[in-house]
Design a protein around this ligand. Structure first.
Ligand SMILES: Cc1cc2nc3c(=O)[nH]c(=O)nc-3n(C[C@H](O)[C@H](O)[C@H](O)COP(=O)(O)O)c2cc1C
Length: 181
């Protein structure tokens, strides 16, 4: 149960109370980015005390963004940047500009090929997150900027997605100052 007045105030607007909420929002035309989103969601949900919400960008509301402790956004690589459908969510978020500050952010993409715009797509998402004042954690090994998969995730890349989901959830818990052991 929420313990402080502030936690009770937040809980009155956000449905998951004091659970750490990881929102995964994505656009996917042919299912590859959706498959990455699901694998990231699986990893994040393995962290105790975390509630995962998985939504299409179109169905993501501004309240969903405000109530999340971590926001993970995914898009197919389209000409080296995010798809217009995800950009639309980011552009809608101007209405709550300032209220995403300090939330954890992370990005993922599915591309058609290797080194054909995936990293610039991740950066296009991260750029918007930084404008919002969000906290984006890099990764010292492997994929530094976020999850990039060619096509849909299989084998080792499924593990990579799950691990990244877990990492995002753990950072959100660390920054919240709460312990879930
Ligand atoms: C309009 C459009 C632009 C694309 N541009 C790129 C691109 O620049 N680089 C690339 O590697 N793949 C590109 N692709 C391929 C998609 O990124 C790839 O098929 C991806 O897996 C689709 O994800 P989805 O199944 O979630 O829709 C493009 C596809 C479309 C439809």
């Amino acid at each position: 149960m929420p313990s402080t007045a502030w936690q009770r105030y937040i809980a009155s607007f956000c449905p998951y109370g004091i659970m750490i909420t990881v929102l995964i929002s994505y656009y996917s035309r042919s299912g590859n980015t959706r498959a990455i989103a699901r694998a990231i969601a699986k990893g994040a949900s393995e962290v105790k005390g975390v509630k995962v919400r998985l939504k299409s960008a179109r169905n993501t509301t501004l309240s969903d963004l405000k109530c999340a402790d971590a926001i993970v956004l995914g898009s197919p690589t389209y000409y080296g940047v995010m798809a217009a459908e995800l950009k639309d969510l980011i552009d809608r978020s101007v209405a709550i500009h300032g209220s995403l500050e300090g939330k954890v952010g992370a990005a993922f993409t599915s591309s058609g090929g290797v080194a054909s715009g995936a990293e610039t797509t991740l950066l296009s998402v991260i750029q918007a997150m930084l404008v919002h004042g969000m906290i984006v954690q890099g990764y010292p090994e492997g994929q530094h900027y976020g999850v990039a998969v060619v096509g849909d995730p299989r084998g080792a890349s499924v593990k990579l997605c799950r691990d990244r989901g877990k990492r995002v959830a753990e950072l959100a818990i660390r920054l919240s100052g709460r312990q879930h052991r």
